[in-house]
Design a protein around this ligand. Structure first.
Ligand code: GRF
Length: 217
């Protein structure tokens, strides 16, 4: 089967992008990172992509003012021109319209730094600490018009420590992100994900048995 052509949309650092690039180096990985698009000209992730020999583009949203549809039309044009099959949002800080999301339904995924449906939106680590949860983590999900609300593909959990700071917790969660995002993209590119009843089921997956219990007393 030919590899799926993936575009990664970023706005900043691009550490998840780097994890996807690294995973896609494996000869048996079913997807290739064909294009990286940033809405911010100075995103660090652009340098990471160029260093890996991947085509990059900047589509600066500020050029479009409040015209989201115009911004997305420019995005869509590039995705089509490069025959992109799948889109990964990786720290992409723009809300997308229903029209764009609908066009990529089932083919666009996102990573969120919390165990959805808890802590949608921003500042997830600070909010998890404030809520006193004992288990926190990250989620890869399909993108739907409602923010951080699509079917969940994969989640990874970390234990929250009594002495955690936002930064310390973020560092452990991002390590989980770098693990689950390449895994989720692999499953999508292999055609193993089935959507129905608001859930994503994974074809041929062995039942997972691990439990994480906190505190470990
Ligand atoms: C990650 O925490 C991701 O979950 C969130 O934005 C952050 C992006 O980090 N959506 P990076 O740019 O991939 O390093």
């Amino acid at each position: 089967m030919p590899k799926k052509r993936v575009a990664v949309l970023i706005s900043g650092r691009g550490s998840n992008l780097a994890a996807l690039i690294e995973a896609a180096r494996a000869p048996d990985y079913p997807a290739e990172i064909a294009l990286v698009i940033s809405n911010r000209p100075n995103a660090l992730g652009l340098d990471r992509a160029s260093a890996a020999g991947i085509a990059t583009l900047v589509i600066d949203h500020t050029r479009f003012g409040k015209d989201r549809v115009g911004f997305e039309a420019a995005l869509q044009k590039e995705l089509e021109a490069r025959a992109i099959d799948l889109v990964c949002l990786a720290g992409f800080m723009r809300l997308l319209t229903d029209g764009f999301v609908g066009r990529w339904r089932g083919r666009m995924i996102n990573i969120h730094p919390a165990l959805l449906p808890s802590f949608r939106g921003l500042d997830t680590h600070a909010r998890a600490l404030a809520a006193g949860v004992k288990i926190h983590g990250a989620t890869v999900h399909f993108v739907v018009p409602e923010m951080d609300a699509g079917e969940i593909i994969a989640q990874g959990a970390v234990a929250v420590r009594d002495d955690d700071t936002e930064d310390a917790l973020a560092a452990r969660v991002i390590a989980v992100e770098h693990h689950i995002y390449p895994m989720a993209l692999r499953l999508l590119a292999e055609g193993k994900l089935r959507l129905g009843d608001g859930r994503c089921r994974i074809e041929g997956s062995a039942p997972a048995h691990a439990s994480l219990i906190v505190p470990d007393a």
